[in-house]
Design a protein around this ligand. Structure first.
Ligand SMILES: Cc1cc2nc3c(=O)[nH]c(=O)nc-3n(C[C@H](O)[C@H](O)[C@H](O)COP(=O)(O)OP(=O)(O)OC[C@H]3O[C@@H](n4cnc5c(N)ncnc54)[C@H](O)[C@@H]3O)c2cc1C
Length: 427
């Protein structure tokens, strides 16, 4: 048992029916949705398969759009006080020559937020705001059964053999989503890139300026991003076959060796060296584009959001930010379906509740489709462009493509997204 969760319900074969809204997955998206619902006065239960908050992957960069969600949830300033605001972005080649640089102060729509945040801290802060018992750990969903009764009630089977009945099921269960496969969505496919990441700690201070530095090499890229005066988030991604890679570990010595052969003696090796972990988890980067439109993402009162809905390559650092956006927007839609505001259309009010919920979920998917598909597609293309692995193409990448993307008009444009407010908040 950890922050505001309870242990496994564990009465084996029992029926839990208190959950009107059940969120499958207690990651960034699921917790932000639960909190947005809570702020709007609606109770939800989060079923998380792990026995504690699952904070894999060290740091995550949160951009303007994530901060606008955190602001609506009343948490933005808490993160602003903990993490430094980055002031600029530099993309460099493997010799350390700057290919393009953007000072965020020169970009429209400021002041801007871009901060590397500890994943564990995000989860703990979100979970800490939820009422006691909202998160049910060790509660992996392994079966979904739609009710025959036309009430919209869905039965969920948990890993301990117990069942849950819910009016609404929101699958925020990540890239390997069970809910997405139940909906019949194709599995995310590997893009041919393998990565490792970590958070380095310099107890005496790292003394780096507040700039994101992304290095692009031959079929590889790496970045370091100061998170606080002592901590530096970093990642290293290279072209490789996903076969047998996912889940494997890489020792620190191997990682440093690999980084120093791809990039000349930059700070990167010393940053990896200052990372407390002795081994890094290698992950195969995967994605899926929802080419069949938004409809297949809903069945009755069951839907998916976050990575479960739009698994995306990390090339724009937007997967978690989009999961936060999803959580807030979905909570708003559900609020209006469950507690229709006074200006609701009379025909809508005559519908049974489960039909209103279904429509709200479909509306949510339509609203999100263009944005999430745009970011996922762009992110995939950026990855292809960076990771060509061909010297001639790399020449064009460095001379023309990078300056086209890393400029003051483009770099932050997609992060200036208005997520709106929650019911009852003034605009
Ligand atoms: C290398 C890398 C770097 C990234 N960098 C960034 C970045 O800088 N910025 C950014 O915004 N995004 C980044 N992302 C993307 C970001 O990590 C994800 O988009 C984000 O975590 C998605 O949140 P989520 O809540 O949808 O899913 P997750 O965070 O994956 O959470 C899913 C949760 O569901 C649980 N679960 C799974 N199956 C079940 C089940 N059957 N029953 C119950 N629980 C279940 C899991 O245990 C997990 O807790 C990066 C991703 C990678 C791989």
């Amino acid at each position: 048992m950890t922050i505001n969760g309870s242990g496994a319900l564990g009465d084996g074969n029992g029926l839990h029916d208190e959950g009107d809204i059940v969120i499958v997955g207690g990651g960034i998206g699921g917790l932000s949705c639960a909190l947005a619902l809570h702020r709007a006065g609606i109770k939800a239960v989060v079923l998380e398969q792990s026995d504690t908050l699952r904070a894999w992957g060290a740091g995550i960069t949160l951009w303007n759009n994530a901060f606008s969600v955190l602001d609506v949830l009343g948490l933005g300033d808490r993160f602003r006080s903990m993490y430094i605001n980055l002031l600029a972005w530099e993309t460099l080649n493997s010799r350390g020559e700057v290919l393009a640089k953007v000072e965020f102060a020169d970009c429209e729509g400021g002041p801007h937020d871009l901060r590397a945040v500890d994943r564990k801290v995000i989860l703990e802060v979100l979970a800490g705001e939820l009422p006691e018992g909202t998160i049910r750990f060790s509660s992996g969903v392994i079966g979904i059964k739609k009710s025959e009764s036309r009430t919209g009630i869905t039965e969920l089977e948990l890993q301990d053999g117990s069942t849950y009945s819910a009016k609404v099921v929101l699958g925020f269960d990540g890239i390997n989503s069970y809910v997405a496969s139940w909906l019949g969505l194709p599995k995310p496919q590997p893009v041919g890139h393998i990565g490792i990441r970590g958070m380095a700690i310099f107890p005496e201070g790292h003394k780096l300026d507040y700039t994101v530095r992304l290095f692009v090499g031959k079929g590889c890229r790496a970045a370091y991003i100061p998170a606080s005066p002592t901590n530096v988030s970093w990642f290293f991604v290279w072209n490789d076959s996903p076969e047998g890679t996912n889940g494997q570990q890489m020792s620190k010595a191997e990682a440093m060796q690999h980084a120093s052969t791809s990039f000349p003696p930059t700070l990167l090796s010393s940053i990896i060296d200052n990372t407390p972990q002795e081994k890094f988890f290698k992950y195969a980067i995967r994605h899926r584009l929802n080419t069949n439109g938004p409809e297949p993402l809903v069945n009755g009162t069951v839907t998916v959001a976050g990575d479960a809905a739009h698994p995306c390559t990390p090339n724009m650092g937007q997967g978690g930010c989009m999961a936060l956006e999803d959580g807030l927007i979905l909570a708003r839609k559900l609020h209006d379906a469950l507690r229709p505001p006074p200006n609701t259309d009379q025909d809508m009010l005559k519908l049974p509740e489960h039909e209103r919920i279904h429509r709200a979920l479909v509306e949510f998917q339509y609203e999100r489709h263009d944005r999430t598909n745009f970011i996922s597609t762009r992110s995939y293309r950026i990855g292809r462009m960076i990771h060509t692995g061909w010297t001639v193409l790399d020449y064009f990448r460095d001379r023309f493509m990078i300056p086209l993307i890393v400029n003051k008009n483009k770099l932050l444009a997609h992060t200036l997204f208005d997520v709106g407010k929650l019911p009852g908040q003034s605009s």
